[in-house]
Design a protein around this ligand. Structure first.
Ligand code: PEP
Ligand code: MG
Length: 546
């Protein structure tokens, strides 16, 4: 039986399984300060040795940075203060945990690059405890071309993989933005995350991995292999064959834009010939910030993205902090139910000035650049919220003001919400989560968290009609825009632009170039009348082709 996860890096490969089973220590770890320091030293030696012997620059850097942390004298000093010399402890783990957590907090409070090293620090603590227990860390050394299967991969694991031999990555945990996904995309190898049950696959079993569809097929037949390889090759050719602005075969122009969280993403979008940035996720600049960046700092952060786009459009989203994207200086309070709590626009209830300063910075940055800057607010529920946002944004000189429609309330009231603003953008990731009442990060609910679901498509249809009646643009900036067939359905429902990860643009452009608007309408009609996400997808593929 095949396994299903979330495909995060496309490509089809066939290879034998290499399982990485996470080794952990549950019982007490006896030792002394001397044995702890010796274990830490051995971990540092291992890391240095691996850094020296690996060809890949990216991996060398991660391993060397980890070795430097393990050798940091202040770590040794912290351990020395917590574990008394010449004392035999029945369990040294509490001392190790405390020393590392002090160091961890220090890194976090430095922010930026240092805060990003926290995962590496955790990895060093883990390896030190394993050494003291006489266990070796999980072995990621590959000896032949393999499909790597794990529960999750740490940055060090992925860095240590010999990539000449890693054919694909499949992990049980993680979402589309996890470390594994980002590394795999960077390396251009197929990857699947959130693949529940993947570890039941035994070592050396031959599997087919389809990183586009998120499918793993154990012991595939020859016809399964050739069929998927042919489809993949065809899709690549189609993606490369069309360039320039997005257009349907009947000439209908469809703006294809990129989603960005920083300057690099914006540069990738420009390279992919995006017509602009349809979603600039500003909170991603703040995820490791313990304190709010000053207005001046924010101006330069935003300008970097604006300038990368020249004169093109950039739709800036104000901070969508909270839930799956907590920002330390804003989301300090534990919430019972963060996805339904104080996130996005709702943060104005507890930190109103933060939004004011952000709008000031966006307005100033927009003034200093030639990009065409539009601004929108996330998690808007009501017309009153939309009106308040519009008034405040316009007061900062922002000409085009909009909202995200990502809650059922905003979709149902789209006519009234749109009356207050110039445009809307459908956040289909959250809209799906809230329409279906299913956590978008929970891989066990993937049949419910599909934006193909007719319930979600009907909500989109209602909002798109309202926008059409009002003569205002409505885009989609959720992951659904990156799926070529679903993108066609969205256009058929009345959406006027699509924004996606820059890496998806070529494929969507190539697919849409072969369809006219009436085909999109037929597909949309079938999809909203289906009974399930799967049925909607199947019917649309029958109408439009894969
Ligand atoms: C969405 O919800 O669809 C969206 C684009 O925003 P985010 O994924 O950042 O919540
Ligand atoms: Mg959202």
């Amino acid at each position: 039986m095949s396994l299903k996860g979330i495909g995060v890096s496309p490509g089809v490969v066939v290879g034998s399984v290499h399982r990485i089973i996470h080794v952990d220590v549950t019982g007490p770890v006896p030792g002394t300060i001397t044995s702890v320091l010796a274990a830490l030293d051995a971990v540092a030696n291992d890391l240095e040795h691996r850094a020296e012997n690996i060809d890949l620059e990216l991996a060398k850097d991660v391993l060397s940075a980890q070795a430097m942390i393990a050798r940091d004298p202040s770590l040794e000093e912290a351990l020395g203060q917590l574990l008394i010399a010449d004392t035999q402890y029945a369990d040294v783990r509490p001392g190790i945990d405390e020393a590392f957590s002090g160091f961890r907090n220090a890194l976090l409070s430095l922010g930026g690059y240092f805060a990003e090293r926290v995962e590496d620090l955790d990895e060093i603590a883990h390896r030190t405890v394993l050494k003291l227990s006489g266990l070796e860390a999980e072995d990621v050394a590959l000896t032949k071309p393999s499909v790597v299967i794990a529960q999750d991969l740490t940055p060090a694991d992925t860095a240590a993989l010999d990539l000449n031999y890693a054919l694909a990555l499949v992990v049980e945990k993680g979402g589309p933005t996890s470390h594994t996904a980002i590394v795999a995309r960077g390396l251009g190898i197929p990857a699947i995350v959130g693949c529940a049950g993947a570890l039941v696959l035994e070592a050396d079993v031959t599997v087919l991995v389809d990183g586009r569809e998120g499918i793993v097929i154990p012991s595939p037949t020859d016809s399964e292999i050739s069929q998927r390889q042919e489809t993949e090759a065809k899709l690549r050719v189609r993606a490369e064959s069309v360039t320039g602005p997005g257009r349907l075969s009947d000439g209908t122009a469809i703006a294809l834009m990129g989603n960005a969280g920083n300057e690099n993403d914006a540069l990738s979008a420009a390279k992919a010939e995006a017509e602009g940035i349809g979603l600039f996720r500003t909170e991603l600049l703040f995820l490791d910030r313990q304190t709010e960046p000053s207005v001046d700092d924010q101006v330069s952060m935003y300008r970097a993205v604006f300038d990368a786009m020249g004169e093109r459009k950039v739709i800036v989203r104000t901070l969508d902090a909270g839930s799956d994207k907590p920002v330390p200086f804003l989301n300090a309070v534990d919430e019972e139910n963060p996805a339904l709590g104080v996130r996005g626009w709702r943060l104005t209830r507890i930190a109103n000035d933060v939004l004011e300063r952000q709008l000031e910075a966006i307005g100033r940055a927009a003034n200093e650049t030639s990009a065409d800057v539009w601004v929108m607010a996330p998690m808007i529920d009501t017309p009153a919220e939309a009106a308040e946002f519009a008034t405040r944004a316009r007061a900062h000189g922002i000409a085009k003001v909009g909202v995200m429609i990502e809650t059922p309330a905003a979709a149902l009231l789209a006519d009234k919400v749109l009356a207050e603003v110039d445009f809307a953008s459908l956040g289909t990731n959250d809209l799906t989560q809230y329409v279906m009442a299913a956590d978008r990060l929970d891989s066990r609910l993937s049949d419910l968290t599909s934006s193909w679901h007719p319930a979600v498509l009907r909500a989109i249809s209602q909002a798109a009609h309202a926008a059409g009646d009002a003569g205002k643009p409505i885009g989609v900036c959720g992951e659904s825009a990156a799926n070529p067939q679903l993108a066609a359905v969205l256009l058929g429902l009345g959406v006027t632009s699509l924004s996606m990860a820059p890496s998806a643009i070529a494929e969507v452009r190539g697919y849409l170039a072969g369809l006219d608007l009436s085909a999109c309408h037929r597909a949309a009609h079938a999809a909203i009348n289906a009974r399930s996400a799967e049925e909607a997808r199947e019917q649309v593929i029958q109408i439009l082709g894969a």
